[in-house]
Design a protein around this ligand. Structure first.
Ligand code: FAD
Length: 290
């Protein structure tokens, strides 16, 4: 089913996984992760696409499994940055042949030691969305509550977000964040400049203090002081840290739902424990409000 149609009817719960990089063993593990995620009745499961474009076949294969074996709606990511039009056509054809209706259009992260070749054909996610228009997928795109790390201002980033909607994006999924006020600001400003598509918040529980720096470097996401204090005090107590991280994510989710978020996208990244920890804590919320 098309994600925009689901969003028109109900609040969505979704998970994000990444495809295997190599080997049948890794592949089988991911398929069993998908089977386990299905137990939480997600409205869709998204599968990432390598920034280098190298594992596009794996993205198609995993999306196929989600859609046709697990019988859940698949959202296949495609990154235009590293791709040629022929490569995108081949992935789009393969997705269509497998009955996959939803695609998340992305540019992809610039590889370290940026080469001029990157983004040669699809400079931005909006170029990819335009290119994919004839395929009639339901297109989604990424957005950034704290602004994209490369963008000079939040306003410039919002204008670019609008270009993605104009190019065909019917919904957005946000970058992970730990301070909900950035999400509310993004939604308010987006509506003010005329963006109408649903904006699904992306949540990634932070349970490992070692990830703080990585999150800051990769996504620019700020960690609120109270949360940071708790993390630092209990950094050497992994079991306590897990409780703190999951409960903080639950707090974020309930606040987001109470203020009208159209769904929750959990970055579970192939870790069923993350889905289990969150969904078991908010079982009744999921039952009554999704
Ligand atoms: P763009 O929309 O092209 O934006 C990149 C920068 O260009 C921004 O600063 C933006 O303001 C600016 N910009 C955008 N459009 C225009 C325009 N038309 N004119 C001028 N400037 C413009 N990465 C992967 O490699 N694989 C994945 O599967 C993946 N999945 C993701 C899923 C989500 C939900 C999110 C939030 C991110 C994901 N990423 C993934 C990371 C993403 O690729 C990076 O954040 C990347 O740096 C930007 O991608 P984008 O699609 O937002 O790019």
């Amino acid at each position: 089913m098309r994600i925009d149609e689901i969003l028109a009817k109900k609040r969505t719960l979704s998970f994000e996984v990444f495809p295997p990089k190599k080997g049948a063993e890794e592949r089988d593990k991911i398929l069993s992760v998908i089977d386990a995620l299905k137990a939480f009745s997600p409205d869709f499961i998204s599968v990432t696409y390598g920034a280098g474009g190298s594992n596009s076949k794996n993205t198609v294969e995993i999306a196929d499994y989600i859609q046709n074996t697990a019988k859940c709606n698949a959202l296949a990511h495609i990154t235009g940055g590293p791709s040629t039009p022929e490569q995108v056509r081949s992935v789009a054809d393969a997705l269509r042949e497998r009955g996959i209706e939803n695609v998340l259009c992305l540019r992809g992260d610039r590889p370290v030691g940026y080469e001029a070749e990157y983004c040669r054909y699809f400079a931005h996610a909006s170029d990819l969305a335009q290119f994919l228009a004839p395929y009639r997928f339901t297109l989604g795109a990424a957005c950034y509550p704290e602004g994209h790390t490369e963008c000079e201002s939040l306003y410039a980033d919002l204008v670019n977000m609008k270009k993605k909607e104009e190019a065909g994006a019917k919904f957005f999924i946000t970058q992970l964040f730990y301070d909900n006020s950035y999400y509310y600001r993004l939604v308010g400003e987006a509506r003010r400049i005329g963006i109408t598509a649903p904006i699904i918040p992306g949540i990634m529980p932070l349970v490992n203090p070692k990830n703080i720096r990585r999150i800051k470097e990769m996504c620019g996401s700020a960690i609120p002081l109270e949360f940071r204090n708790m993390i630092e005090i209990y950094a050497s107590r992994p079991a306590v840290m897990e409780e703190i991280g999951y409960n903080y994510a639950v707090y974020q989710i309930i606040d987001l739902i109470a203020k009208g978020a159209p769904g929750i996208h959990l970055y579970v990244m192939n870790n069923v424990k993350t889905a289990q920890a969150i969904c078991s804590r908010i079982g009744r919320v999921l039952h009554e409000l999704f």
